[in-house]
Ligand binder design. Structure first.
Ligand SMILES: Nc1ncnc2c1ncn2[C@@H]1O[C@H](COP(=O)(O)OP(=O)(O)OP(=O)(O)O)[C@@H](O)[C@H]1O
Length: 781
C-alpha cells in the first residue's frame, strides 16, 4: 500500500514539474507567436513600401520582379512560422491539463539504464535537458505500450528493430494536472481504465481512444503494408475509432508530405460526419475530407435525373410490400447489385464499341448543326480498336473543328446583323473594349464601318457558339439516359453473358419494363445510380482525383461491387482502408456485400485483412444477447463490462407501447442519450407524433445533419455507426421483424445500446428473440 502511495506521490511530483515547464513554454510561445504576428501585419501593411518598383526597362522590371518575390517569400516564411508556432501552442495548451496518459519502462538489450517513457497526445521536449518529457502516442517507441504486456518487447525504429524488456506499464487518469486514477497493468492494456472509459455516458461527439487502444486495433492504426486494408469487425469493435486514430497516425508519420485534405472518408450519412467531427481536432490534427457516396452520385447525376437516395430505397423496401411493382423492384435491386449485372454491363460496353451508341443532335437557333446520325457515323467510322473513351474524344475534336467552319458561315446570317443593331450601349462598349484590347482596331474609334460590322458579328456569333463548345466539351452530344435505357430494350440475347446467372428470362423482362418506365420519367433508382454512372464514365472517361492519397470507407458492407469499382477508378493514387461488418449489411435486398468484390479489384498480394472480434460498445449482457441473434455470433467476444440484461416488454396496443416508453424514459433521466429505434422513417414519424405529447423528443430523419443529445426517435438504418446510452426498440414484434431480410437491421438497431437495451413489442415477439436462450434477457410485462 505504501509503495502505491509513494509511486502516486512521485508521479504527481513529476506532473507538477512537467506542468510548470509547460506553463513557462506557453508564455514563451505566446510571446513568439505575437511577435511573428506583428511582423506579418507590418509586412502586409508596408509590402509595397519595401519593394522597389521600376518598370522603365526590361532590366529594371526584372529587378522589380525579384524585389516583389523576395518580399513575398519573406512574408510567406513568417506566415509559415506563425502557423507552426500556433500549432505548437495549441498542442501545448491541450497537454497542460493532461500531459500524458501512460508510462512504460523499457530496458533496451545491452543497456543498463531503464528508460521511462510517458505517452501523451503530442510530444513535449524539455529544451533545457533536450529530453522528451512526453512522447507522442504515435512515435515508434510508443507502440510498445499498445503491443506488449510486461516481458520481452520490441519496436521498429527508423534505424531498425529495437529489442528489450518492458518492465512497467502504467496508466493514468489525469484531470487538471491531478492524478485521479493510476493502474499498473500486467496483461495487455489494463481493463480497469477501459472499463471506466466505456462505462461513461455517451456524447454527441465520438471521443479519441488513444489511451486505451487495444493490440488488434493498433495493427489497424499502424498498418502500412498494402494498398488495400480490409478491416472486418463486429458491431462496436472500434472500426470507426481505429480508422480515425489511423488518420491521426498517418498525419503524424508522414507529416512532411501528407496533408489532411489528401485523406477522404466516405461515411454512411451526414449525421455521422457531425458525430465524428471532433476526434481529430482533439488529437491536435485537422479533419480529413468527409463525404457520402450519395453526395457524389447527386453531384454527378443530378442534371439527368431525380436520383433516389439509399434511405428512400430502404424505406421503400421496408414499407411498400403491398405495392404493384414491389416484387419486381426487389428483384431488380438484388440483381443490379450483383456481379452478373456488372458482367452484363461490361458485355453491353463491348457491344457499344461496335454499334448502338446513342447520340443527340446539336442544334442552334432551331437548326440542326450536327445530326445524331452524322455523329453516329463519324463515331463508328473510327477504328474499333480505339477505346470508346478515346473515340468520344476524337468525336469532340471533330465537332469542334467542324464548328469553327460553321461559325464563320454563321456570321453572315441575318440574325447576327439584327442582334448587332439591338446591342445595348453597355454591350457595345464591352465589345469595343475587348476588341481594342486585342488590337483589332488601329485607332481608338470604329472609324471603318465594315470592319466594325465584321468584328462585331464575329463576337456575337462567338458568344453564342461558346455555349455549344461548352456542351461539346461536356459531351452533351451523347444521350446517356437513352444509352442506359437501351440496355433494357435490346433483346436479352444481344450480349452473350446476359440473362443467365441469377435471374430468369421473365424476371429480366419485368425488370426491363420497370427500368424503362423509371428512366422515361427521369427517375433513377438507387440500384441504378452507380451502374448508370459506371456506363457514363466508361464512355466519357473517368474523372479522376489524383490528389487524394488515402481513402477510408466506413460501413463498407453497404457498398456494392459497382460502387467499390467506381471509387477505385476515381482515386487512382489512393491507398484504401475499408471497414465493415457483414452482420450489419442492412441492405438485404442487395445480392451480397461488395466487400467480397474487393478481392477481385485489388492485387491480393497488396491486400491485408484484419479482423476485430472483440466488441467494446455495449455491456457484456447486451453483447451476449445481440450476438445470439446471429448465426455466427459466437465469434464475437464481449468486453467484460457488467450491466443489466436486455429487457423485453409486451404491450397490447401502440398507445400502450407509447405510454410505457414515455414512462420508462422519464425514469432514465440520468442518461444523456436515449434512442427509440423504429424500423422505418414512417414508423418513426408516427411514434414521434404520439410521444412528443408526453415527453421531449427529437425526430431524426435522413436530412438531420447534427447528432443531438436527449431522446431521439430514429429509423434503424439511420442509427448506423452511432451509439446511445439506452436503446428502446419501439416494436420488436414478429409482425415488424418477422422475415429473415430484416434480421441484420434488427441486430444493428440493438447493437447501438451502450448500457441498457429494451425491446418493446405488441402481439408476438420477433422470432429472432423467441428462438434464443431465455436466460439472455429478462421478460417484463
Ligand atoms: N480501445 C478502445 N478504448 C476505448 N473505447 C473504445 C475502444 N475501442 C472501441 N471503443 C468504444 O467503443 C464504441 C464503439 O466503437 P466504434 O464506433 O469505433 O465501433 P465500430 O466497430 O465502428 O461499431 P459499429 O460497426 O457498430 O458502428 C465507441 O464508443 C468507442 O469509443
Amino acid at each position: 500500500m505504501d509503495q502505491i502511495k509513494n509511486d502516486l506521490k512521485e508521479e504527481q511530483t513529476r506532473i507538477n514539474y512537467v506542468r510548470n515547464k509547460m506553463i513557462e513554454d506557453v508564455a514563451f510561445l505566446q510571446k513568439q507567436t505575437s511577435s511573428v504576428k506583428t511582423d506579418i501585419v507590418k509586412i502586409r501593411k508596408n509590402f509595397w513600401d519595401d519593394v522597389t518598383v521600376n518598370m522603365d526597362d526590361a532590366v529594371e522590371a526584372g529587378e522589380t520582379a525579384t524585389s516583389i518575390k523576395q518580399q513575398a517569400e519573406f512574408l510567406s516564411e513568417r506566415e509559415h512560422r506563425h502557423k507552426h508556432l500556433d500549432r505548437d501552442l495549441k498542442n501545448l495548451k491541450r497537454l497542460i491539463d493532461t500531459p500524458y496518459f501512460a508510462r512504460i519502462d523499457f530496458l533496451e538489450d545491452g543497456e543498463r539504464v531503464i528508460e521511462s517513457i510517458y505517452l501523451g497526445i503530442a510530444s513535449y521536449l524539455d529544451h533545457d535537458s533536450d529530453e522528451f518529457l512526453v512522447y507522442d502516442w504515435r512515435a515508434p517507441i510508443s507502440s510498445l505500450y499498445y503491443d506488449y504486456s510486461l516481458g520481452p518487447a520490441e519496436f521498429t525504429a527508423p534505424g531498425g528493430t529495437v529489442r528489450g524488456e518492458l518492465k512497467l506499464k502504467r496508466q493514468f487518469i489525469i484531470k487538471n494536472a491531478i492524478i485521479e486514477g493510476m493502474f499498473d497493468s500486467g496483461i495487455t492494456i489494463g481493463d480497469e481504465l477501459l472499463k471506466e472509459v466505456l462505462g461513461k455516458q455517451s456524447d454527441t461527439q465520438m471521443k479519441s481512444i488513444v489511451a486505451t487502444i487495444q493490440q488488434e486495433q493498433n495493427k489497424v492504426i499502424r498498418n502500412e503494408k498494402g494498398s488495400l486494408l480490409i478491416v472486418k469487425g463486429a458491431a462496436g469493435s472500434g472500426k470507426t475509432s481505429a480508422a480515425l486514430q489511423r488518420v491521426a497516425f498517418l498525419l503524424y508519420k508522414y507529416r512532411e508530405t501528407l496533408e489532411a485534405e489528401e485523406i477522404l472518408l466516405f461515411s454512411p450519412n451526414p449525421m455521422f460526419n457531425s458525430y465524428i467531427r471532433n476526434v481529430l481536432p482533439e488529437l491536435g490534427e485537422e479533419n480529413m475530407q468527409q463525404t457520402t457516396f450519395q453526395q457524389y452520385l447527386q453531384h454527378s447525376l443530378g442534371e439527368y435525373f431525380e436520383v433516389e437516395d439509399p434511405f428512400s430505397q430502404m424505406e421503400y423496401m421496408l414499407t411498400a410490400q403491398k405495392e404493384d411493382f414491389y416484387e419486381i423492384r426487389h428483384k431488380a435491386a438484388k440483381y443490379k447489385s450483383s456481379f452478373q449485372y456488372m458482367d452484363k454491363i461490361e458485355s453491353y460496353l463491348t457491344y457499344l464499341s461496335k454499334q448502338g451508341m446513342v447520340f443527340q443532335d446539336i442544334t442552334f437557333r432551331g437548326d440542326v448543326l450536327f445530326s445524331s446520325e452524322a455523329i453516329y457515323s463519324y463515331f463508328y467510322s473510327l477504328s474499333s480498336t480505339i477505346s470508346i473513351t478515346n473515340r468520344v474524344k476524337l468525336v469532340s475534336e471533330w465537332l469542334l473543328s467542324e464548328l469553327k467552319k460553321l461559325e464563320k458561315k454563321e456570321r453572315n446570317k441575318e440574325w447576327v446583323e439584327e442582334e448587332i443593331q439591338f446591342l445595348s450601349k453597355e454591350e457595345y462598349q464591352f465589345y469595343f473594349q475587348k476588341l481594342s484590347k486585342q488590337k483589332r482596331f488601329s485607332q481608338d474609334t470604329f472609324d471603318d464601318f465594315n470592319r466594325e460590322q465584321e468584328n462585331l458579328s464575329k463576337y456575337v456569333v462567338k458568344r453564342h457558339f461558346n455555349s455549344i463548345k461548352r456542351k461539346i466539351a461536356a459531351h452533351d452530344f451523347i444521350n446517356m439516359p437513352a444509352i442506359y435505357q437501351q440496355l433494357f430494350e435490346l433483346p436479352g440475347k444481344t450480349f452473350e453473358k446476359s440473362v443467365d446467372g441469377e435471374i430468369s428470362v421473365s424476371d429480366w423482362a419485368d425488370i426491363c419494363s420497370f427500368s424503362i418506365n423509371e428512366i422515361k420519367h427521369e427517375r433513377l433508382t438507387y440500384e441504378d445510380a452507380t451502374p448508370f454512372l459506371y456506363v457514363k464514365e466508361k464512355i466519357e472517361g473517368f474523372k479522376v482525383n489524383t490528389s487524394v492519397k488515402y481513402v477510408f470507407i466506413d460501413e463498407a458492407q453497404d457498398y456494392s461491387a459497382f460502387q467499390f469499382a467506381f471509387i477505385k477508378h476515381i482515386f487512382p493514387n489512393a491507398r484504401f482502408t475499408v471497414l465493415g461488418d457483414l452482420n450489419q449489411a442492412i441492405y438485404a435486398h442487395h445480392s451480397y456485400s461488395g466487400i467480397e468484390a474487393l478481392k477481385h479489384l485489388f492485387d491480393s498480394k497488396r491486400t491485408e485483412l484484419i479482423e476485430l472480434k472483440r466488441s467494446y460498445r455495449s455491456t457484456k449482457q447486451i453483447i451476449e444477447f445481440t450476438r445470439a441473434l446471429l448465426e455466427n455470433g459466437k465469434e464475437i467476444d464481449p468486453f467484460n463490462r457488467e450491466g443489466s440484461k436486455p429487457v423485453t416488454i409486451k404491450k397490447d396496443s401502440t398507445e400502450a407501447l407509447v405510454n410505457a416508453i414515455a414512462q420508462r424514459v422519464k425514469a432514465l433521466d440520468s442518461y444523456k442519450s436515449i434512442a427509440i429505434i423504429c424500423k422505418t422513417a414512417q414508423e418513426s414519424e408516427n411514434v414521434y407524433k404520439l410521444l412528443k405529447e408526453k415527453t421531449e423528443v427529437h425526430l431524426v430523419d435522413k436530412r438531420t445533419n447534427e447528432f443531438d443529445l436527449g431522446i431521439v426517435i430514429i429509423p434503424a438504418y439511420l442509427a448506423k455507426g452511432i451509439e446511445f446510452d439506452a436503446v428502446f426498440i419501439f416494436n420488436g414484434s414478429k409482425e415488424q421483424y418477422g422475415s429473415e431480410d430484416v434480421r441484420k437491421l434488427f441486430y444493428t438497431a440493438c447493437t447501438r445500446a451502450m448500457h441498457e437495451l429494451f425491446v418493446y413489442y405488441k402481439g408476438e415477439i420477433t422470432p429472432f428473440i423467441s428462438e434464443i436462450p431465455q436466460h439472455l434477457y429478462k421478460e417484463q410485462v
